[in-house]
Design a protein around this ligand. Sequence first.
Ligand SMILES: [Zn+2]
Length: 284
Amino acid sequence: MGSENDKKPTSPNFGYKLIFLGTGTGKFARGKQLRATGGIILQFEENQFHIDPGPGAVVRAMQANVNLRANTGILISHSHIGHCNDVNAVIDAMTYSGLDKQGVLISTNNVINGSESHAPYLTKFHRDCLEKVIVIEPGQRVGVNEIEIKALYAKHTESSTIGFRIMTPNFVLVYSSDTEYSAKLIEEYKGANILILNTHSPGEEYTPGNLNTLNATKIIEKVNPKLAIIQHFSKRMLEMDPIQEAREIQSKTKSQVLAAKDGMALNPLIYGMKTRQQTLTKDY
Ligand SMILES: [Zn+2]
């Protein structure tokens, strides 16, 4: 169906990439797009996961040269607009409006089926465009090809929010989603090579259901990932400069700490437990 351009890319186009299609949150940063809100892309060999496609996800994907037709999975942590608003637009793009029924959506019951107070974000039409739709709760695991995905505990204002632990053969990536600090998070994130923390507020500023720099420092210190990435910044955080906040965290922990920027891309293999490059190097 469609032209050559609509075809899914074949494996030579795939690599190992983590791409930020958005790093902003809150009514000001999101509403004025002070930072984009398109979510995060993880490419691992033939898999492409789109995590939390918020407003503008399709546009931001195009700007970052991400082909949404290559999405094999969409992971959505909760039903707040910044995380799931573009779920239908992304499914439409990845399935060519249902002509190529494919992919899996892994999310909470609130996003997929809705609740008494919320209609589901996912439309019936777009649900049918997918090969599979999976409702997941904290502690549950799902396998997608060679990758295992576990839903993690989160303490957020949307009570069914989950984080994700994505276990590949080469590295473990944890995405906190929106959560307040809790000692339970340390257990959930243990063993992560790459830890993405939604760090809403600067310093010690408290916003219900969200992390600040102080909380992020505490978590990173205890989890000790090779790489910690702070992102999902409010207007307040942007005013205080996330790069400065990241530097401060890095000075207090043993981890490398980055403040994500819109469009930032990195190779997650570098931070894995056993990279293929390292394996190659050993042969010499
Ligand atoms: Zn939220």
